[in-house]
Write a new protein. Structure first.
Length: 363
């Protein structure tokens, strides 16, 4: 494990002492060499300047090494931050109070993790792109209107793909609601008519019209397509959204045909209601006539019963008047009591019943 100078302060002092000791030894040897009689003062000063010039590059080399290590760490940090932004995560933070080596190791691990996340998201985005393509074909819409730009990758690509799928889902729901509304209106019209209409093309020489729930259409290209689509869009199915334009157009025309048939049948119903009211008035008048006839019949019966009662009690003036009229006709009965009633001279009984009192003996 890498240790920092703070974690091992003695190690730092030991390293510095080792460098100092080595440097002091080198300087002592140099001083001895520069003091030999063979060297002049000028030559010794020149050699000291030469050694000093070599010590500067050593220090610069150490400075450059530390700076390069820091630059590598910063580069690794920027790459990790870029990956984090691409996959939709927060920017990583630099660890504190750790060595450059430990920081580089931490950034390397973070980069490997973010690369794995990006690879996973790339697979998910590929699946979503394929799903968008499939939905566009199913709904029969232009794929270019729902395309996902290739520059969108990672979290941005996933977000864009999900948005396009939501748009396609909303379009599908809108189509389903529209078709269901049209089918509901047609069902209500069929219930109002009391039957489901049947449509067919007219035969040769047959006139268009409707009778008994069968609608005969004139032969034409549009009518032929309409009749063929009756079976295709009879029941709700995936075709309602896949071929929405044709389906909605067909259902709208079917609705118009039902409305036209319902409007055509309204006058017939009104005429039937008027004829029904007239027959009802006639039946009521007949019932009133019958009731009046019954009352008059009862009145006549009561009158006859009263006349019978009066007859049984004695002859009434009205009966005498009737008898005189019968006498005028040649069929008069004897007027005096005790005189028998005789038939006509020819022996035939006279018309009418014998008068009252016939056959009675005088007192």
């Amino acid at each position: 494990m890498v240790r920092t100078w703070r974690e091992a302060p003695g190690a730092h002092a030991e390293a510095l002492l080792a460098v100092h000791a080595e440097a002091d030894g080198i300087l002592t040897e140099l001083a001895k060499l520069w003091r030999v009689p063979e060297l002049s003062v000028e030559e010794a000063a020149a050699r000291a300047a030469h050694v000093k010039g070599k010590l500067g590059p050593i220090l610069d080399g150490e400075r450059n090494w530390v700076q390069k290590a820091r630059d590598k760490l910063d580069k690794a940090f920027e790459e990790a931050a870029k990956l984090a932004l691409e996959v939709g995560e927060q920017r990583p933070q630099k660890p504190e109070n750790v060595t450059l080596a430990e920081q580089r190791a931490a950034m390397k691990s973070e980069q490997e993790r973010l690369l794995a996340v990006r690879e996973k998201q790339a697979g998910e985005l590929k699946e979503l792109r394929a799903k968008v393509t499939k939905e566009c074909k199913r709904l029969n819409v232009e794929e270019a209107d729902y395309a996902i730009d290739e520059k969108h990758t990672g979290a941005a690509g996933l977000k864009k793909a999900n948005q396009q799928l939501q748009r396609l889902d909303a379009l599908m729901r809108e189509r389903v609601d529209s078709v269901l509304t049209l089918r509901g209106k047609i069902r209500e019209l069929a219930e109002k008519l009391g039957e489901t209409l049947e449509f067919r093309l007219a035969f040769d020489g047959e006139l268009p019209g409707s009778d008994g729930g069968v609608v005969v259409l004139k032969k034409s290209k549009d009518n032929d397509q309409f009749v063929r689509e009756l079976a295709e869009f009879k029941e709700a199915s995936t075709k309602d959204v896949s071929f929405f334009t044709r389906c909605s157009s067909h259902l709208k025309r079917l609705e118009a045909a039902y409305e036209e048939e319902a409007t055509r049948r309204k006058p017939q119903k009104a005429s039937r209601s008027r004829s029904g009211s007239g027959s009802g008035s006639r039946s009521r008048s007949r019932s009133r006539s019958r009731s009046r006839g019954k009352k008059e019949g009862k009145t006549r019966v009561r009158r006859r019963k009263g006349e019978k009662r009066r007859t049984s009690r004695g002859r009434s003036p009205r009966h005498d008047r009737d008898k005189e009229k019968d006498g005028d006709k040649g069929n008069a009965a004897p007027t005096s009591p005790g005189k028998a009633w005789q038939p006509n001279s020819d022996g035939a009984p006279p018309p009418g019943p014998p008068p009252p009192g016939y056959g009675e003996q005088p007192p």
